[in-house]
Design a protein around this ligand. Sequence first.
Ligand code: C5P
Length: 220
Amino acid sequence: GTVFVVAIDGPAGSGKSSVSKEVARRRDYGYLDTGAAYRALAWHALAHEADTSDAASVIDILGDFDYAISLDPDAYWVRVGDTDVTAAIRETRVAEAVSGVARVPAVREAANRLFRQLIAESGRAGVVVEGRDITTVVTPDAPVRILLTAAPEVRAARRSAEVTTQSAAAVAEALHRRDAADSTVVDFLTAAPGVTVVDTTELDFDQSVDAVLGVIATVE
Ligand code: C5P
């Protein structure tokens, strides 16, 4: 049958990844982190010393981009070729290059085809898919579509609690810069019609998970 898709969009620091993963565990669904695909391509581009601000250079290295991702929320990994890049794609240098590759239309088209295939072949009853354009572009017909948000200062504080190698101010600045760059490609700060907003500013992790599970319960 068809896979039940829970589409979750939102900016960095909204709790999107950790909440999506936990919701997938609780429902026994797959978990698809679409940002990881863009990050993996940015990692691949850096490994080939491609200019990630130049679309032609990015398209050049797309040809031999061999990428795999686990949809198991309890065994999450990302690979490029034979290399496990699960940790490497979180590095600052990758975060700084990712908006450049994600902005290339040919990249987004290839990524979207791959995402839809991964969902269809997940082997699970449902998949929680998180990113920036899932509710609007990747799976606009998903039965559950959520925009997970939080106030900018809360997002920056959460991200700087994760990133211990930089000052809080540097983390906030980098987050703001990436959001601004990403916003020129997809509007992930405004809910499209039919998308439920879950604002986690005042919610802790468990409350955020319950809020998303609550939205899913309303459509079952
Ligand atoms: O979610 P995460 O912060 O890991 O995403 C990394 C980057 O991938 C984003 O900054 C954005 O440039 C890109 N992205 C995207 N569309 C998605 C998911 C991520 O453009 N659906």
